[in-house]
Design a protein around this ligand. Structure first.
Ligand code: SOE
Length: 384
């Protein structure tokens, strides 16, 4: 397999996970990083022994060695930076959500038409957990019968206090939705991935539980505890909580709720798929195990074990049973699926990738907008 060289733009919380994921793929090589905060980029480049560090995106994109670029910047920069990456003819792996609005993501899709050889992926990493892949293939193989219902949650608490702050709160940076765009997007992607169906109608109730927050006068990294003492009051315009009823294009009905203010929940993503023969449930915080429920027989916990998995899911797991795999492993799997697609010379539109493409990222933004509209209008909204 040939060696693929990469660069990363954005060195915040998630940028570092991308460094580690690339480093874990034998045939990938991280050659450069860039960040508007050049000091931060230099610090990360030195800590991780990354040979090149650029202060501008243009310099990184002009580097002929680099074939793949990861965009790990906040949402408001995705349209501009992703467009530059595409125009440079480099393969692009973007952080989610793909953009703030479907107008922005539609512009990226339009541009991609001029660059048919560019491979595009969005980092919906949870779908690449080995047991989520196992769930997908068990459902495909008919092990739970016909899927009838889906339900679940994605709860976090990193914005529980009025003094908690993050760029995601600002609509100019994050977009008109926060909770749904930031974490509901992962829930919807995971459920669409495992069922192979699309959510097409939504009815939502979005709530702001903390209408005014205290914005610290300095910068705050995601998930860090804010130790600033100087604040200014800031009215909040994006939701802390969302409850959404859904209908899918295969007739399945479901419901999910998301929150960034539920104490005790760091990253509680969970979903259950109920079929006519059995149910399957997976929880992110217990990623190495999946529950299978039966009415006419015993329920059991399926522990991740490469020896007992479908061949399709087995390619995304490697540690022997009893040696837990988790969040970082799913990140690595997603990045690996992307690089392997490129290395194998596959083409989008011809081959079906396991990672989410920009088309799927765009559809999730449309769903997010439909959810916001539904909550405002207090009625069901269809997505075309
Ligand atoms: C914060 O909600 C966040 O970092 C999300 O932005 C990520 O996508 C999720 O994986 C973890 O939580």
């Amino acid at each position: 397999m040939r060696r693929i060289k990469a660069g990363i733009i954005g060195m915040g919380f998630i940028g570092v996970s991308h460094i580690e994921a690339i480093r874990r793929i034998g045939f990938a090589e991280l050659v450069a990083v860039a960040d508007v905060n050049f000091e931060l980029a230099k610090k990360k480049a030195s800590e991780y022994f990354i040979p090149k560090c650029y202060s501008t995106i243009d310099e990184l994109l002009a580097d002929p060695e680099i074939e793949v670029v990861h965009n790990c910047t906040p949402n408001n920069l995705h349209l501009e930076i992703n467009s530059k990456i595409i125009k440079a003819g480099k393969h692009i792996f973007s952080e989610k959500p793909l953009s703030r609005t479907s107008d922005e993501s539609a512009q990226m899709l339009e541009l991609l038409k001029e660059y048919p050889n560019v491979i595009h992926g969005v980092n919906f990493n949870y779908r690449m957990n080995p047991l989520v892949q196992e769930m997908k293939h068990k459902i495909k193989n008919g092990e739970i019968g016909d899927v009838k219902l889906v339900h679940g949650t994605y709860l976090q608490d990193f914005l529980l206090h009025e003094t908690d702050y993050n760029w995601r709160i600002e609509p100019e940076v994050c977009g008109p939705s926060r909770c749904i765009a930031d974490i509901g997007s992962h829930w919807m992607d995971s459920v669409q991935c495992v069922t192979g169906a699309k959510i097409t109608e939504v009815c939502a109730d979005l709530v702001i539980t903390i209408p005014v927050r205290k914005k610290p006068k300095g910068q705050v990294e995601t998930f860090s505890i804010n130790t600033n003492v100087e604040y200014e009051d800031m009215p909040v315009k994006t939701e802390d909580w969302g409850a959404v009823l859904i209908k899918m294009d295969n007739g399945v009905h479901g419901v999910f709720c998301v929150s960034e203010v539920s104490a005790g929940h760091g990253c509680s993503l969970a979903f259950e798929i109920d079929g006519t023969k059995a149910s399957l449930k997976w929880e992110q915080e217990r990623a190495d195990e999946m529950w299978m429920g039966h009415r006419d027989g015993p329920n059991y916990a399926i522990k991740r074990n490469p020896n007992h998995m479908t061949p399709e899911a087995k390619q995304y797991t490697y540690l022997a049973g009893g040696h837990p795999e988790g969040w970082n492993d799913a990140m690595r799997n997603n990045v690996m699926a992307f690089y392997k697609f490129i290395a194998d010379g596959k083409k989008l539109g011809v081959d079906t990738p396991d990672f989410a493409t920009f088309d799927e990222g765009h559809y999730i933004i449309k769903l997010t907008e439909a959810i916001v509209e539904s909550s405002k209008k207090r009625q069901w909204v269809k997505v075309d």
